[in-house]
Design a protein around this ligand. Structure first.
Ligand SMILES: N[C@@H](Cc1c[nH]cn1)C(=O)NCC(=O)O
Length: 439
């Protein structure tokens, strides 16, 4: 991509810092309900499955809105979407602060999920508007990394407020945080001189969607996100904690400590993967395949380990699974480099569905397989036994395998298209031709 005058300017950095602040606030809102589980059980007089419904509603809303959001980013620009997202999250947290029934709480969580869904894709869309191409892989990673810190904001100051001030004031303070995000985004984010650079976006959503989907590079991004990210989500959102505590016999405090490795790995691996992608853009899918191989191998060893796995092996597993988060950012690089700028938002939305869709299916099937084994073993059988987890979590291999097949097929299609345009040769794939923007 040619470097425009406004690229990498002071204004670019201001826009980026404000947009990643908006994303960090969105991740804080996203993860806040999870850390308030015990208080929510009391407040709503809810069972474990009702509590799980809150997470599922939020995930379904998030994943379901990615494509509409991507299309709207291309039509309205990222600024309107980021400010709109902050406003929705503010409404959602206000509703949740006041809610005293499950129904009212779910409506609040719906708004939070919708606002959250509008933020990430818009922030990623701002990067090629404001920065030159060689910086973007690193900034994409940095965006993902900073967002993960939102989990820490939920875990430390929000939990402290919840304990010190109780439910309503704690959730009101989260609504106030979104007001801050709204004002900052409204005043400081700009869509840039987009109109001078790109043809106007096609008016019809269907055209945007079909343009983005027809590009094999978008589908390569979708499958890359699908395969790299879902094990991270499955572990963090649902099954990691019960697997560690009930399956592997780890204490709850140690399990929480192990889960915090995810944030650490995101912080360390993000810059390493970002600079690898920037230096070897022709090796992007190879980097993703290596991470997927590490995830599959570590799960295989842990699930086949006779008895409970030693602590060092659990740490290795978590480090490998956590690598999936930063590796999934490679998928957005595919969306950006394979598509013309007026469909990048739509393509990014399509890509971002991948990991969340795979996680939703896996979370559900793993739960179903655990239930099935308990029923088959007869009354009194343990639900979360290590053997039951071995079989249930093995479902992940099927999803990994399906994702890899999707990646290989779409990568071959992308290469064929590029070869037909004269942009790809086996030599360029080995990085010998000096070409950059290929997979
Ligand atoms: N892969 C994640 C973000 C990430 C980066 N490093 C670790 N995780 C992703 O796709 N995020 C989308 C979102 O909305 O957060």
């Amino acid at each position: 991509m040619a470097k425009a005058e406004h690229h990498d300017s002071v204004r670019s950095w201001v826009v980026w810092i404000v947009s990643i602040t908006a994303y960090l606030i969105a991740v804080t809102q996203r993860t806040s309900f999870g850390v308030a589980g015990l208080e929510a059980t009391d407040r709503f007089d809810a069972s474990a499955s009702i509590l799980a419904t809150f997470s599922v509603v939020q995930l379904v809303v998030y994943a379901g809105l990615q494509i509409p959001v991507g299309i709207l980013v291309d039509r309205w620009g990222p600024r309107a979407m980021i400010t709109g997202g902050a406003a929705l999250m503010m409404v959602g947290q206000l509703l949740l602060a006041m809610a005293d029934s499950v129904g009212a709480g779910l409506v609040g969580r719906f708004f939070v999920g919708a606002g959250d869904a509008m933020t990430f894709v818009s922030v990623i869309r701002l990067l090629p508007i404001w920065f030159s191409g060689y910086r973007i892989p690193m900034l994409t990673q940095a965006t993902g990394m900073v967002g993960q810190l939102g989990q820490l904001l939920s875990l430390i100051p929000f939990v402290a407020l919840l304990h010190a001030w109780s439910w309503t004031p704690a959730f009101l303070s989260l609504a106030a945080l979104s007001v801050l995000g709204f004002v900052l985004a409204l005043v400081l984010i700009s869509n840039g001189p987009l109109s001078n650079e790109v043809p106007p976006a096609p008016a019809r959503a269907r055209v945007l969607l079909s343009n983005a989907w027809r590009e094999p590079g978008t589908r390569l991004g979708f499958w890359t996100h699908f395969t790299t990210q879902f094990t991270t989500n499955v572990f963090l959102l649902t099954w990691g904690y019960p697997f560690l505590v009930s399956g592997q016999g780890v204490s709850p405090a140690t399990a929480s400590g192990l889960l915090s490795i995810f944030v650490l790995v995101a912080l360390v691996a993000g810059p390493v993967l970002g600079s690898a992608v920037a230096r070897h853009p022709h090796r992007r899918s190879a980097i993703a395949f290596n991470v997927i191989g590490a995830i599959a191998l570590s799960w295989l060893v842990v699930l086949l380990w006779p008895g409970q796995a030693p602590m060092w092996l659990l740490v290795v597993l978590i480090v490998c699974v956590a690598l999936g988060g930063p590796a999934s950012m490679i998928a957005f690089d595919f969306a950006r480099t394979f598509n013309p700028s007026h469909v990048i938002g739509t393509a990014t939305g399509i890509v971002n569905v991948g990991g969340f869709l795979a996680a939703l299916v896996t979370v559900y099937v793993v739960g179903w397989l655990l239930d099935l084994q308990q029923k088959a073993a007869g009354s009194g059988a343990e639900l979360y036994s290590l053997d039951a987890f071995r079989w249930a979590l093995s479902f992940q291999f099927l999803v990994l395998f399906g994702g890899v097949i999707g990646m290989v097929i779409t990568r071959n299609k992308a290469r064929r298209n590029m070869a037909a345009r004269g942009d790809y040769t086996p030599r360029s794939a080995r990085g010998l031709s000096g070409r950059t923007e290929i997979e």
